[in-house]
Ligand binder design. Sequence first.
Ligand SMILES: [Zn+2]
Ligand SMILES: [Zn+2]
Length: 336
Amino acid sequence: MKAAVLKSGKIEVVEMPVPELKDKGAIVKISGCGLCGSDIVKLKHNSVPDGTVLGHEIVGEIVKIDSDSDFEVGDEIVMGHHVPCFECTYCFGENYSMCRKFKRTNIIPGGFSEYIYISEDHLMNTVFRLTSNISEEEISFTEPLACCVRCVKRCKLDFNANVLVIGLGTIGLLMGQAVREFGFNAYGIDLIQERVQLAKKLGFENAFRLGNLEETVSDMKLEVNPSGFDAIIMTSGADKALDLAFAAVRDGGTINVFSSVKSDETAYPNNQIYYRELTVTSSYSSSPDDLEDAFNLIQNNRVKVHGLTTVYPMEKLNEAIADTLSNKIMKAYIKL
Ligand SMILES: [Zn+2]
Ligand SMILES: [Zn+2]
């Protein structure tokens, strides 16, 4: 089969054997797989070895199965790639994405290949059968939306909270919609005007283009609440994002870190956190429950993702990455 492997910071399509069904689980023929920001980070930061097959936002069809679950050959599915153990300290604390088993479990070899092996644990916890006629590109947003759902839950917001989403790439656009689905008010901010417009179209209460930071923040506060936003979700790790977050949050508010930054040396404003009694929290990846919530939100057309993707064949994965990085497109979907 064909698979796209990592080789010296680039992707190369190679031949490799189709995975075998040695243990319980299933073989899935991949129909397509979304290109995630985290795939690009792994590639750019060389944080995974050469030969790795990236891709985890998978849509496919079960072609072979040995399982106690009720899945069958022919089922079209979407899935999450990590499964927690549900019985360790991390899982009891609901930090599922910190569970050692969660980090260890994965699909084999990866989403940018023609076939994968998925385990019985996956089938029991993180695989969903497609039942509505929503397109495969749309349902491929299940995993990224699940990460957003988890982020909103971890903000522990009060009724009617005003939330500012910094960064309106696909994750920001999903995030704002998730915020609204949980009953809070979503505002967005980005440097790119088209993305600001798109956020408004997708139902954000309002979205703003970031100009001069102080002016933009005071404009936003005038419109939303003079004391500031109850919560800020940082889906961007740009230098300005941190300054913006601390300027826009109200005293006693919450900042959720949902993005990596270029360097670990970022200076956190200790005194602002202390004197203003801010809560700084974060959210990483998603749990099986979040995946189910996300799956339902897309299947029931509650969260809209239509038209956000551009389709590329596997051979053009490098081009898809370049186009994503240059903001030429919102999101790439690799069609197998
Ligand atoms: Zn992802
Ligand atoms: Zn665990």
